[in-house]
Design a protein around this ligand. Sequence first.
Ligand SMILES: [Zn+2]
Length: 282
Amino acid sequence: MLNAVHGPDRFPVDVERLAVEYSSNVFPNDPITKIVPRDFPDFDGILRKGNGQGEGWRIGYSTRITSRGRIRFTIAHEFGHYLVHRLKYPDGVSCTPEDLAIWDSEYNRVEAEANLFAASLLMPLDAFRRAIPDSMDATFSDLNEVARQFGVSLTAATLRWLGYTQKRALLVVSKDDFVLWSKPSRPALRSGAFIRTAGLSPKAVPPASPIRCNPNYADIDDPVRHRPGIWLNEEVLEYPLVIDQYELGMSLLLLQNASPVAEIDEEPVEDAFDHFMKPNQR
Ligand SMILES: [Zn+2]
């Protein structure tokens, strides 16, 4: 619909205006009326219904978020809650930084749906795939460029790419030299190349990684090739990045495309992307 109205060169999406205009056009008795920054101690974003008659819904985003890309993603995420979840949660929802960062439905299906909505709204697959084709080995430089084009964070652009690429790759996010979470592309997952964190004792970032003990590392164009046994049981090309502002380390691990291990027989757990997309759109 947005492509038809605005044409293909319509990025970055004006998410504030879209949320207010679309909701007032389609749900005139129950629209989004305000989008405001607020000093939340624990949340990145909230969706709340106003108290008075006809006050409609409000989206609030934390004043702690300074990146415009993350603010836009938070608003799009709350807009997703408004469209998909407001009847089920009439008192609204409150979303933590983790709710917005972890896109797997195993973590939380409602949050995964809001993240998938936000990703689809801000980075539609047709346009995003034109920027980074399925068969391209993307680096942080490439993803940074696309993140700017679509007005999103580097993390959001990387997760979007990992959702459809034919390449075997993983994003690893760490803090204080321990892995917080990791997201493999589907071909990586299917070949057994992934890093489990849920329910396990924390995994340390390997000493050979450039982000280990190196809070100022920022040379994203200088990858390091690791032998098997460092990150995974195979050779890995690591693009490192440390985001000072959030004290997070990010590693983009690119693997050789041919799978060195047998395919895993069982089907991977369905993620929100599978759940949301109709079979003919997958
Ligand atoms: Zn949420």
